[in-house]
Write a protein that binds this ligand. Structure first.
Ligand SMILES: [Zn+2]
Length: 74
């Protein structure tokens, strides 16, 4: 498995515990980010994860970072 960061993703949970994922792909100097949930896509030259978080918050009210919740309470 390659360990480079050419492909990455941002995942957030919404208030209902549903996971929303925005994936990022690098194509040259551009990064394309796309939302699994609604099909939203965007080109982002800088800070694609910031755009991803913005979308997840604005479109899906998904603000909970699962990486910071290692031990779910249920
Ligand atoms: Zn979306």
């Amino acid at each position: 498995m390659p360990r480079g960061d050419s492909t990455s993703k941002v995942s957030r949970w919404d208030g209902h515990g549903r996971e929303h994922v925005v994936r990022m792909r690098r194509t040259g100097v551009l990064r394309t980010i796309g939302c699994d949930t609604c099909g939203w896509t965007r080109n982002a030259r800088f800070l694609p994860w910031l755009k991803a978080e913005e979308h997840l918050t604005a479109a899906h009210q998904a603000t909970v970072d699962p990486a910071r919740t290692r031990h779910p309470s249920r």
